[in-house]
Design a protein around this ligand. Structure first.
Ligand SMILES: *Cc1c(COP(=O)(O)O)cnc(C)c1O
Length: 399
């Protein structure tokens, strides 16, 4: 049965059914996994016409994809489902979140729009990609209030994360979209997920996800996806075809499967995160807790003691970079996720050397709290604030 867009369905329902509407008619329950790299065609003229059509329009081919770098039916299901959850016309999947950001930057630069305005903090490697100008782009860093003034005639994109990695700083998307005028606003929605926030409803034109995180949700898939209008999606598909950053169909399968539990996972982990935030905020060993208004399962906190000792002290919680998995992960942004950002830029963006970032999973809150509070009690980790004294920066991690 075809999907009838006139019947609105709740996000939890879409998460389970989007991208799967044709399965019953196919006599299937689970989506088929198509691992083909190529597709047979005895009609070369028709194949040539399909190649021409893709080259001129970037539209998804009708029928088989010709070659797997062009399209894949399993990945297409994930794209359709994610677009539905984000409330966009289309979505285009990539091999990773960084491949997705790369494709967006190349798509804009190909129009001669090589200047990017961006708000810190961003995920460390996104910051690095822009700062290093690896794709021939030039970046102007500013705060949300400075975006309108930073825009130039060759500005092709405004980039923001909200809540941001790793400080969980939030930006008013509607106000920022207004400041962007005709320049498309890209919101990296990896942390909030469409369960908590749909940026296009507030005026963003492009929504980016590291699908590696909550969309996959189990720490076993690397992927990225851009949700946007069909016009921009067509350009992205052409960039993807030419540059090759495609998502593997197995990853597309796992990401579609991940979406079905996304609302349940995000809501359950968010409730646990909110409770941990309450406890941390009342703990004398904690200097500051960061938790966004939008909620979510990411928390960040600054310790008075040595953050390296907290990381070394966890037993149940996994000391690892990345986030959005069913198990709780903790990491030290200044040493790991944001290591590649220059120290001065990192600190100016609010990423203190005392900051720890935790991705709260689906474990029981009491077990998590016991592990965390024991890790915080490690000899130097648990230092409480000295009377009226200044808090020294911790010793840096060795290079
Ligand atoms: C991890 C992450 C990325 C990069 O995604 P990969 O899938 O690791 O390439 C981009 N943005 C944010 C906010 C992230 O957390």
């Amino acid at each position: 049965m075809d999907y009838d867009a006139s019947t609105p369905r709740a996000l939890a329902t879409e998460a389970v059914h989007a991208g799967r509407e044709d399965l019953a008619a196919l006599g299937l329950h689970a989506p088929p996994l198509d691992l083909s790299t190529t597709y047979p065609s005895y009609d070369t003229r028709a194949e040539a016409a399909r190649i021409d059509d893709f080259a001129t329009t970037g539209a998804r081919p009708d029928g088989p994809p010709v070659y797997a770098r062009l399209d894949n039916p399993t990945t297409a299901r994930f794209e359709d489902a994610l677009a539905r959850l984000e409330g966009t016309e289309s979505a285009v999947a990539f091999a990773s979140g960084m491949a997705a950001l790369t494709a967006v930057l190349l798509a804009r630069a190909s129009l001669g729009l090589r200047h990017v305005v961006a708000v810190r903090p961003l995920y460390g490697c996104s910051d690095h990609l822009l700062t290093a100008g690896l794709l021939g782009t030039e970046v102007t860093w500013t705060d949300p209030a400075g975006v309108a003034d930073a825009i130039r005639p060759d500005t092709g994109l405004v980039v923001v994360e909200t809540p941001a990695n790793p400080t969980l700083a939030e930006v008013d998307i509607a106000a920022l979209a207004h400041s962007c005028g005709a320049v498309p606003l890209l919101v990296d929605n990896t942390f909030a997920t469409p369960v908590l926030q749909q940026p296009v409803r507030h005026g963003a034109r492009i929504v980016l996800h590291s699908a590696t995180k909550y969309l996959g949700g189990h720490g076993d898939v690397l992927g990225g996806v851009v949700a946007c209008d069909e016009e921009f999606a067509r350009t992205l598909r052409q960039v993807r075809f030419a540059t090759g950053g495609v998502l593997h169909p197995m990853a597309g399968y796992l990401l579609l499967r991940g979406l079905s539990t996304l609302p349940v996972r995000v809501r359950a982990a968010s409730a646990t995160a909110a409770e941990l935030v309450r406890r941390l905020a009342a703990d004398p060993r904690i200097a500051r807790v960061h938790y966004p208004k939008v909620g979510g399962a990411m928390i960040a906190f600054e310790v008075y003691g040595d953050p390296h000792d907290v990381i070394a002290g966890v037993r149940l919680i996994t000391p690892a970079v990345s986030l959005g998995s069913v198990d709780t992960l903790i990491q030290h942004p200044a040493s790991i996720s944001h290591r590649i950002v220059a120290e001065g830029d990192r600190r100016a963006a609010g990423v203190s050397d005392r900051l720890l970032r935790m991705s709260v999973g689906l474990e029981d809150v009491e077990d998590l709290w016991r592990d965390l509070t024991e890790a915080l009690s490690a000899p130097s980790a648990g230092t409480a604030r000295a009377e009226g004294g200044r808090v020294p920066e911790p010793r840096p991690a060795a290079r």
